[in-house]
Design a protein around this ligand. Sequence first.
Ligand SMILES: [Zn+2]
Length: 198
Amino acid sequence: MSFYPASFERLTDCLRRLPGVGAKSAQRMAFWFLSLSDAEAEDFAAAIVEAKHSLRRCSVCQNLTDGETCAICASLKRDKSKICVVSDPRDVIALERSREYDGVYHVLHGVISPLRHIGPDDLTVKELLARMDGSVEEVVMATNPDAEGEATAMYLSRLIKPLGVRVTRIAYGVPVGANLEFADDATLFRAMEGRREI
Ligand SMILES: [Zn+2]
């Protein structure tokens, strides 16, 4: 039997679903939420609902945005002849931090993984190929340097190269198997600078 009221249990159950949060942290967070004023708590809940309702995929690069196209695709300063392919919206944020890259992106929303039954049709591969309309000169593969990231980069390279587009892979100073998201800015800067044709 639980020591806590049902509504408190419900809150901790929700918080436990957050990545990396265990029972104890969830309880600590629940108490923290209860210490907020009504207005602060409502603001918190509303932020989740609003993000959920307003965020969608950019019609061009599939990155998250709250408009029709994202700020990067809409910018006149970005080189549209260069597309950097990443698996996750968080990788766009990481690469933008390095300030080395001036092209645009394409977010796959995952990688090909036979083990997890994720195939090309589950990703935004079709949308990427649709962008190869003759105006694109280079596609930079920036999926993570693990087995699935490498296999996905090779798969896409085989589809894109025959279209006469240069395909490159970013050079990794990060250890094999590491996540792009967690690489420091200097490493990402060098990785983009030292990309090679594949
Ligand atoms: Zn976009």
